[in-house]
Design a protein around this ligand. Structure first.
Ligand code: ATP
Length: 235
């Protein structure tokens, strides 16, 4: 479904991605783990077209999106929930969700809103509240909910667990699993929280300094001694 082939991305002289190959098949949850600064966010941003890949190709459902402007991406079936959540703080929860649905046929709005509220009942309770007044976990739910309102076939999630309490992290990951299982949503998840991400993922990639160093099933990587030492045991 998503094919990243030989992608290099630069920030000025700095090569943040050094020839990345990643595949996400339809129906999968694939995770990319790696420490701070490895280039995980850069890969998601490159998939979304900003910064652009200097070399390599990115295709989605067979269509080359390497040079597609970011704002065209929504129409293609990809939605992103960015790192740091970036919801609209002055808008209500409901208005934030409306923003997510801007480019979808209005006939789906009610049904999609009900779907998001069924996944995150807390959002329904708080629908008249401004986004900026929500807790961190609720803002993360809103960011995911807003992405879902665009009816994506591929959901890109950047560090949904960042800064959240363990119980909230579990809730968010349970919902990701549910969206994948129930709605057959394909998910590409970037995470520093390797343990939860690997438990959830069908397949996983490990990134170190802009290079993919390991890949395998979530279970394989969870059992891998190198991964355990680097990311799971006190890491
Ligand atoms: P984190 O989990 O902290 O977001 P990451 O794995 O997502 O880490 P990136 O944010 O993709 O890593 O950063 C990869 C490298 O690119 C880092 O060395 C970072 O300092 C550098 N970098 C990121 N954004 C920029 C930028 N806008 N300009 C210059 N360098 C950048």
């Amino acid at each position: 479904m998503l094919e990243v082939r030989g992608v290099h991305t630069f920030y000025g002289q700095i090569e943040a991605l050094k020839g990345i190959d990643v595949t996400v098949n339809e129906g999968e949850i694939v995770t990319l783990i790696g420490s701070n600064g490895a280039g995980k966010t850069t890969l998601l941003m490159t998939i979304c077209g900003s910064p652009r890949a200097a070399k390599g190709t990115i295709t989605f459902e067979g269509r080359d999106i390497t040079r597609m402007p970011t704002h065209h991406l929504v129409g293609t079936g990809i939605a992103q929930s960015p790192e740091g959540r970036r919801i609209f703080p002055r808008m209500t929860v409901y208005e934030n969700l409306q923003m997510g649905a801007l480019r979808t046929d209005p006939k789906y709005f009610k049904q999609d809103l009900d779907m998001v509220y069924s996944l995150f009942p807390r959002l329904q309770e708080r629908q008249e509240q401004r986004g900026g007044t929500l807790s961190g976990g609720e803002q993360q739910m809103l960011a995911i909910g807003r992405a879902l309102m665009s009816r994506p076939r591929l959901l890109l999630l950047d560090e949904p667990s960042l800064g959240l309490a363990p119980m909230v992290v579990r809730q968010i990951f349970d919902v990701i699993k549910e969206i994948n299982r129930r709605d057959k949503m394909t998910v590409f998840l970037v995470e520093q929280n390797a343990f939860h991400a690997l438990k959830l993922a069908h397949r996983a990639y490990v990134m170190v300094n802009g290079v993919i160093t390991l890949q395998g099933s979530g279970q394989e990587l969870l059992a891998n001694p190198e991964i355990r030492a680097a990311y799971l045991e006190g890491g």
